[in-house]
Design a protein around this ligand. Structure first.
Ligand SMILES: Nc1ncnc2c1ncn2[C@@H]1O[C@H](COP(=O)(O)OP(=O)(O)OP(=O)(O)O)[C@@H](O)[C@H]1O
Ligand SMILES: [Mg+2]
Length: 446
């Protein structure tokens, strides 16, 4: 397909400043600020009721904010009528005119703008070709499939050559296969047009696959904004960590305490060596991605039973054995030869690792992969890996995780605590002067 539209150097960046909307006592959107750069594909992601549609409609001019501003380029459009904004909105319901043909539905905004008939026909033909709707131009919406209707709604937005596209869950009425195909088409369209897209969804797969940046909303507030990789790899909060991933990040309650000059995060059957130093004990939430967990196996390749597994490189030396509240048995410091290193899923010799001990409660077959659900000290933990993961319900297991894949969050605020393990001596990040856990997590600024 050829490039049909260019913006001719127009600046279509959108800036939102302190945008707020209340409906009576409901705080639908609270003090959200963000920059959406020209050409961004920004996805507003979050659970039902978190304020996505309200935020998008304020950008579109369909709802007035209670406070805050919306700027398009340098122009304050906070109170400009929707029709003057040069933004095209695609709704979840498509909102097609049932009595109009596909051709007239797509051309509607141009007729409303009183463009010459010849130009309208030409633009409609171009857009229909681009969206593979040419053969359907004479049909009415009720004679179309859901996917075709979705493309007509998209065509009606495209034909205007707007400065930006605003889309509210446009794929949610499509079946899974068509959704996947349309996702790819939308990404390709964005790539071709290089227009600004603001796209609302509660589907993390849509967000991760299409977005150049993702803004995660929770309870009307912005939790984090960043590239898909940034929000997945460095979630700024427990909410973001628990929203992304399938299954999402395991979140475990633990306590950081000092023992023999070393800080550790620990809970029943969980032990994570952190760094040398001392600090007041504090409650944290430990985050571990299911795909980062590895099974420690014995020489035969079976999962090492929880009461014998203790790879040399994770065994705590006797003098720093687990703090009292971890209830780790004495064999934590088992000799190196008690665990064979036959298993490539738990490589030997690298940095120290987190250790978890528990029991497998079930295994789910996802086709190419499996998820093993375990119980670790009464807390559920998912492990995901290529099928077969080699675990069965009832197996006693020891799991490990590299320290640089351990996420820590403040239990009270839920915000990320930045820290950086090094091979020989883990130390907190960004706190060179105090060597303490940062009071203000580095990732808190969104
Ligand atoms: N017109 C309204 N009057 C009263 N409350 C409203 C109105 N519109 C939205 N709300 C409330 O504001 C909050 C945010 O709604 P919004 O539609 O923006 O959520 P959403 O993130 O789009 O959810 P969904 O994924 O279900 O579409 C919700 O609690 C909702 O009930
Ligand atoms: Mg909505």
């Amino acid at each position: 397909m050829k490039l049909l539209y260019t913006k001719g150097g127009r600046v279509a960046g959108i800036r939102i400043e302190g945008l707020t909307r209340q409906f009576g006592s409901v705080h639908a959107v609270e003090d959200i600020s963000m920059e959406i750069a020209d050409g961004d594909f920004l996805v507003l992601l979050g659970p039902s009721g978190c304020g996505k549609t309200t935020l998008l409609r304020m950008i579109a001019g369909l709802i007035e904010p209670t406070a805050g501003r919306v700027l398009l380029g340098d122009t304050d459009i906070t109170y400009a009528p929707a029709r003057d904004r040069d933004l095209a909105m695609v709704f979840q319901s498509y909102a097609l005119y049932p009595h109009l043909t596909v051709e007239r539905n797509i051309g509607f905004p141009l007729r409303a703008a009183r463009l010459p008939k010849r130009e309208i026909a030409e633009r409609v033909r171009e857009v229909a070709g681009q969206l593979e709707l040419t053969a359907l131009l004479g049909r009415r919406p009720k004679e179309l499939s859901g996917g075709q209707r979705q493309r007509v709604a998209l065509g009606r937005a495209l034909v205007r050559k707007p400065q930006a596209f605003l889309m509210d869950e446009p794929l949610s009425n499509l079946d899974a296969k068509l959704r996947t195909a349309t996702r790819t088409e939308l990404s390709a369209l964005h790539h071709r047009l290089r227009s600004t897209f603001v796209y609302v969804t509660h589907d993390q797969v849509e967000a991760m696959t299409m977005a150049t940046r993702v803004a995660l909303l929770n309870g009307g507030r912005l939790e984090q904004i960043g590239t898909p990789t940034e929000v997945y790899d460095n979630p700024a909060s427990v909410f973001v960590a628990g929203f992304l991933g399938s299954p999402p990040m395991n979140l475990l309650s633990a306590r950081i305490s000092e023992r023999a000059g070393r800080l550790r995060a620990a809970a029943t059957d969980l032990e994570i060596p952190l760094w040398a130093g001392s600090d007041a004990a504090r409650d944290v939430t430990v985050g571990l991605r299911p795909e980062h967990l590895r099974v420690v196996r014995d020489a035969e390749g079976s999962p090492a039973p929880a009461d014998t597994a203790a790879p040399a490189d994770t065994a705590a030396p006797a003098d720093t054995a687990a703090p009292a509240d971890t209830a780790a048995p004495a064999d934590t410091a088992a000799p190196a030869d008690s665990t064979a290193r036959a298993d490539s899923t738990a490589p030997a010799g690298s940095a120290e690792r987190a250790r978890l001990r528990g029991v497998v409660t079930g295994v789910e077959n996802l086709g190419g992969e499996e998820v093993a659900w375990c119980e670790i000290g009464g807390q559920p933990v998912a492990l995901r890996g290529p099928r077969p993961v080699g675990l069965s319900r009832g197996d006693a297991v020891t799991l490990t995780v590299d320290l640089d894949q351990v996420h820590l969050f403040d239990r009270t605020s839920g915000r990320r605590l930045a820290w950086q393990p090094t091979a020989d001596k883990p130390s907190p990040q960004h706190t060179p002067s105090t060597q303490r856990l940062p009071q203000r997590p580095a990732a808190a600024a969104v």
